[in-house]
Design a protein around this ligand. Structure first.
Ligand code: FMN
Length: 213
């Protein structure tokens, strides 16, 4: 299978996920093909310190979202699949309904029809039942819904740690090796639980001592 990955950046909050994906994929022997929606470009300016041109320069190949004759609009162009990071309600709706009004949505639709991997880092909150139905529809068609929801068991210290965890989950799904986050290791669990219990017990003991005084 061709080592080409399509990356779509739509205009949801969290465009940094798509940017980080491109940064991580550099020098990993994977050819990145990037499509940024107009709203995605606006949000790169709003939410990050990157210029849109800097982000475009991170990819091996870039496309205009209106370019419906681009290579990635055809199933004959072989890829590993596509990541939409982040994915808006609008883009999710386009994908779930095969309403291929732009290249980003068309490329995702093509990956699904070819039974390739499609990861949607869908971001919106709260969700009404219309959103939930669209998510189910896209999942039924083969998309993998990977909302960028942070985990805390790896004890993130920075925003970067949180971003890397979500990006790492997508790379796991795509079968791309990485060391972006510390994986769950239950061998440390006993130590941590004992520590927590001990400190709780100590606190209770101290409170008793204070109360007795
Ligand atoms: C700062 C900002 C944050 C936004 N965050 C979200 C979001 O988290 N989820 C979402 O679905 N739309 C969000 N939007 C709205 C989308 O950008 C808008 O619906 C746009 O038309 C989506 O177009 P696209 O899917 O082609 O990128 C946001 C817009 C702005 C300006």
């Amino acid at each position: 299978m061709a080592k080409r990955l399509i990356v779509g950046i739509a205009g949801a909050s969290g465009v940094i996920y798509g940017v980080r994906m491109l940064e991580v994929l550099k020098n990993r022997g994977i050819e990145t093909h990037l499509i940024i929606s107009e709203a995605g470009k606006i949000n790169i300016r709003i939410e990050t310190d990157y210029d849109v041109d800097d982000v475009l320069a991170m990819a091996d190949v870039t496309y205009n979202n209106k370019d419906i004759v681009a290579s990635v609009a055809s199933g004959s162009f072989l890829t590993m699949g596509m990541v939409v990071a982040p994915c808006t309600v609008k883009t999710l709706s386009g994908i779930a309904n095969s309403y291929n009004e732009n290249l980003l949505i068309r490329a995702a639709d093509v990956q699904l029809k070819e039974k390739r991997k499609v990861a949607l880092l869908f971001r919106e909150t709260p969700l009404h039942t219309g959103h939930l139905r669209l998510l189910t529809q896209a999942a039924d068609m083969g998309a993998h819904i990977i909302p960028p929801v942070p985990a805390f068991y790896h004890h993130p210290k920075t925003i970067d740690d949180i971003i890397n965890q979500s990006v790492g989950k997508v790379l796991d799904y795509m079968g791309i090796e990485h060391d972006l986050f510390k994986r769950w290791d239950n061998s440390e669990l006993d130590k941590r639980m004992n520590q927590t219990t001990t400190s709780k017990n100590e606190k209770i003991q101290n409170e008793k001592v204070v109360a007795m005084k």
